[in-house]
Design a binder for this molecule. Structure first.
Ligand code: ADP
Ligand code: MG
Length: 468
């Protein structure tokens, strides 16, 4: 069920304000923190910038403010003047239903006297930087005896800026019976110490940010009629440059059919589905990882433990029924620094599975259309995609058990004995009893011959080409 502000036990007036502000749903940190804070619990929270932390602590504070008592009931510590201003502004906005509410900003770099005078007139919420707050406390201008809640916002930054001592000194003068709330992006030992010394059994809330996780994946939807599906697939493959592409289907019959068609047309393609035994699955994957196969067509069953990453392109020939599977599929693409592309073929009727995918990834999925001005027929597309892979895989009949290491294989293939240059040798995967090594396709047969004539670690092993 989707979270809503109505379900968070906020007062009617606060619920009305957030609605007026256009906050339709609480952010994850708000949904998690607000109930605990309304309940009076201490809390340690972590979530990224812009995730709405101010309202997460601001709304519960406002709910418990007694406006008729003009005494400081909540104190919010921020590392910088700018943040103080931002937080105070957001709290005032959220508190606009509280007639007569007074929120004061207490920051350095400004004369202290007007601040003292304002404090003398009585305020409800004080927001400030640690140094200036401590000044006011020491001069007895800031009375915190009625305080209910203290918030350390961006606590790690406050410590980084050298405010550790001030923060400690402030926390020590606060009433014992109070709520202590701490937000921090990181949790070094110094933060844990504050938590231990000044909080009571705090609730811990950490929000992993889905947007961050999927930010290096461009998600696209490509609309296709049932009978254009193959052509759309080919169009996607030819218009999104890739070294390797993974195509997911929901059924192994589709995998078999697609693999057959593409292979017949001369594409470098292989299949991975539940019909293959473990040995052949490993082999197909090894060949895909080392670029002996450019396109892999797979079902989810086979894809479960699929150990490939950082692909340029993942295509959902069919959308999976569960969003978790979608996430699992597209997670094969993208890596820090280079964006991967995930394309889903859909019938274009606002597929619920696509909406679910948008929700779990927190991203809008962009719809792309084929360039109708340049019609590309299936035949032409297939011909343009027919290409041999760069590498070919050699299986060697010895592995870790025989103390074979990647360097030994590289040595046997290069130099005087092997005749290949290092750049002609690709990925070397040493398994328990075998090795898969990729070599440039044009030297593959020759390399097999040499390996069979020569030795590795002064032992003879059998070498064969696989996947031909
Ligand atoms: P953080 O402290 O986590 O960096 P902020 O509290 O500064 O984030 O909030 C970032 C922005 O999001 C602000 O402009 C705020 O008004 C807005 N915001 C907060 N909560 C919501 C919500 N539930 N829906 C929409 N916008 C929100
Ligand atoms: Mg903030």
């Amino acid at each position: 069920m989707e979270a809503s502000f109505q379900k968070l036990a906020l007062s009617d007036s606060l619920t009305r304000v957030v609605t007026e502000l256009g906050y339709t749903t609480p952010t994850p940190i708000q949904a998690a923190a607000i109930p605990a804070l309304l309940d009076g619990q201490d809390l340690v929270g972590q979530s990224k910038t812009g995730s709405g932390k101010t309202a997460a602590f601001g709304l519960p504070i406002l709910q418990r403010i007694e406006v008729e008592r003009r005494v400081v009931q909540a104190l919010i510590l921020c590392p910088t003047r700018e943040l103080v201003t931002q937080v105070a502004r957001e709290v005032r906005k959220l508190g606009r239903g509280h007639g007569g509410l007074s929120v004061i900003e207490l920051v350095g770099g400004q004369p202290a006297r007007p601040q003292r005078e304002a404090l003398g007139r009585g305020v409800h919420i004080a927001v400030g930087t640690p140094g200036r707050l401590l000044d006011h406390i020491r001069r007895k201008a800031l009375d915190l005896s009625a305080l209910k809640t203290v918030v350390l916002d961006e606590a790690d930054r406050m410590l980084d800026m050298g405010f550790g001592e001030e923060v400690g000194n402030i926390l020590r003068v606060l009433p014992e019976q109070r709520q202590t709330v701490l937000f921090s992006a990181t949790f070094p030992a110094t933060i844990e110490e504050i938590t231990k010394s000044y909080q009571r059994d705090p609730v811990r809330v950490t929000i992993e940010d889905p947007v961050e996780e999927f930010s290096d994946i461009r998600q696209l939807e490509l609309v296709a009629d049932r009978r254009d599906k193959l052509q759309r697939l080919c169009w996607a493959l030819s218009n999104f440059p890739h070294e390797s592409a993974l195509v997911f289907c929901n059924f192994k019959a589709t995998v078999a059919e697609l693999t057959g068609t593409l292979r017949e047309a001369g594409l470098s393609v292989d299949r991975l589905d539940g019909d293959l035994d473990q040995f052949h699955r490993d082999q197909v994957l090894a060949r895909f990882r080392n670029q002996s196969v450019r396109i892999l067509i797979a079902t989810d069953v086979a894809g479960r433990g699929l150990d490939v990453k950082g692909l340029d392109l993942v295509i959902n020939y069919e959308l999976p029924s569960q969003p978790e599977i979608y996430v699992h599929r597209i997670g094969r693409t993208g890596r820090a620094g280079s964006q991967g592309v995930a394309i889903s073929l859909t019938s274009g009727t606002g597929d619920a599975r696509l909406l679910a995918a948008e929700q779990v990834t927190g991203q809008k999925i962009e719809t792309i259309v084929m360039d109708e001005d340049r019609p590309q027929g299936q035949g032409a597309l297939l011909r343009s995609l027919a290409r041999e892979p760069r590498m070919e895989t050699i299986l060697i009949s010895g592995g870790r058990k025989d103390k074979v290491r990647p360097g030994d294989v590289l040595g046997a293939l290069t130099g005087e004995a092997g005749g290949l240059r290092g750049s002609d040798v690709g990925k070397i995967e040493v398994h328990e009893r075998i090795v898969y090594v990729a070599v440039a396709r044009k030297y593959a047969s020759e390399a097999v011959g040499r390996l069979n004539r020569g030795r590795i670690k002064s032992k003879k092993f059998r070498a064969t080409l696989v996947g031909r």
